[in-house]
Design a protein around this ligand. Structure first.
Ligand SMILES: Cc1cc2nc3c(=O)[nH]c(=O)nc-3n(C[C@H](O)[C@H](O)[C@H](O)COP(=O)(O)O)c2cc1C
Length: 329
């Protein structure tokens, strides 16, 4: 591990995250990023009607406000998913709310959709230079209830659709109370039918995805598949973090509240991709995410049925070189 990553490990997680991304951004602005990190060769592909330079992207949460689109794009990702964004800016849950478990290559977070609001994100989308694919992950404000939550998703879709290449509707964060209930049959039908109506009204042509949790049972997954198949949604992002900590060995982390990501999530999220692929007869495009730490994991996601693959924890713990490790020449 290089000295810089070692220093970042000594800093509180959110400060380390900001410093690392600010330095990437500075290196990009001074034109030295490409000398520090090797950009992978293009492996052009298409997915859900989008043309991409490769199948590897960043997962939502890494760049919540779209402040780092150009420098992340310059690292050679085929696509970036920014957000989760909500209509109004919000602070999120009280700190501490991110816990890195270096020994088990994992993170537990309970950030709670901290972000600067959709208008700020739109501003950043408009001014980006990165010409690769940028998806926007949309969510609901913590204080919105029931029907207001649905309106939050609609509001964000309406604001971002002209400036995004795809949109992900996030109903699977464990850190906004009851948000995951939106995955249940009647609630999801209600949400999806309202999104359908909006998409038709505004003639939105970009693909939409539903981001799901790895903690749902087979019946819920079957319902989700049926609803997605009968809607304007193009596919599924599988998966978000898990609240199941049984795969962790270190007892200290088992009792920390929040969503677990990284290596201990790999098996569970890959099984979810396989399940969706089998039950949907390979008809639903899947963006696979959860626990990818190296090229082997990346290839496993693809053989399990993912058309595109995202990383978050692997990028944070291993640094930007992970891009060229996953996509070698
Ligand atoms: C600190 C942190 C913040 C996250 N924030 C979001 C978010 O805002 N929206 C979202 O859909 N997923 C969010 N995620 C989940 C990731 O997008 C991803 O689904 C999950 O971490 C599994 O991938 P990984 O094992 O590669 O990290 C977050 C994950 C982490 C670790």
């Amino acid at each position: 591990m290089n000295l810089f990553l070692k220093i970042l490990r000594l800093l509180p997680p959110e400060i380390a995250h900001k410093i690392a991304l600010d330095l990437l951004s500075l290196s990009y602005k001074f034109g030295i990023l490409s000398f520090i990190f090797r950009k992978p060769n293009d492996e052009n592909c298409s997915f859900a009607g989008m043309d991409l330079s490769n199948r590897l992207g960043t997962a939502a949460g890494l760049d919540k406000n779209g402040d780092y689109i150009d420098c992340l794009g310059a690292l050679g990702f085929g696509f970036l998913e920014v957000g989760t964004v909500t209509p109004m800016p919000q602070y999120g849950n009280p700190k501490p709310r991110v816990f890195r478990n270096f020994d088990e290559n994992s993170i537990i977070n309970r950030l709670g959709f901290n972000n600067r609001g959709v208008d700020r994100l739109v501003k950043n989308l408009k001014s980006r230079s990165f010409d690769g694919i940028v998806g926007v992950n949309v969510g609901a404000n913590k204080n919105s209830n029931d029907e207001e939550r649905i309106n939050d998703y609609l509001h964000c879709i309406e604001k971002v659709h002209k400036y995004a290449d795809y949109i992900t509707v996030n109903v699977s964060s464990p850190n906004t109370p009851n948000l995951r209930n939106l995955q249940n049959d009647a609630n999801l039908l209600n949400l999806v039918s309202k999104v359908d109506k909006l998409v038709n009204k505004l003639q939105i042509k970009i693909p939409l995805f539903l981001k799901i949790s790895p903690d749902e049972n087979n019946i819920t997954i079957e319902n989700i598949i049926e609803i997605v198949k009968n809607s304007i949604f193009s596919g599924i992002v599988a998966t978000n973090t898990t609240i199941d900590k049984t795969s962790l060995s270190n007892i200290k982390y088992k009792n920390i509240e929040g969503g677990l990501s990284g290596e201990p999530l790999m098996k569970k999220s890959t099984e979810m991709i396989e399940l969706i692929n089998t039950k949907a007869n390979k008809t639903i495009p899947i963006i696979g995410v959860g626990g990818v730490m190296n090229r082997e994991d990346y290839l496993e996601k693809i053989t399990s049925g993912a058309g595109l693959v995202q990383i978050y924890t692997g990028f944070v713990l291993k640094g930007p070189n992970i891009v060229s490790q996953i996509l070698p020449d």
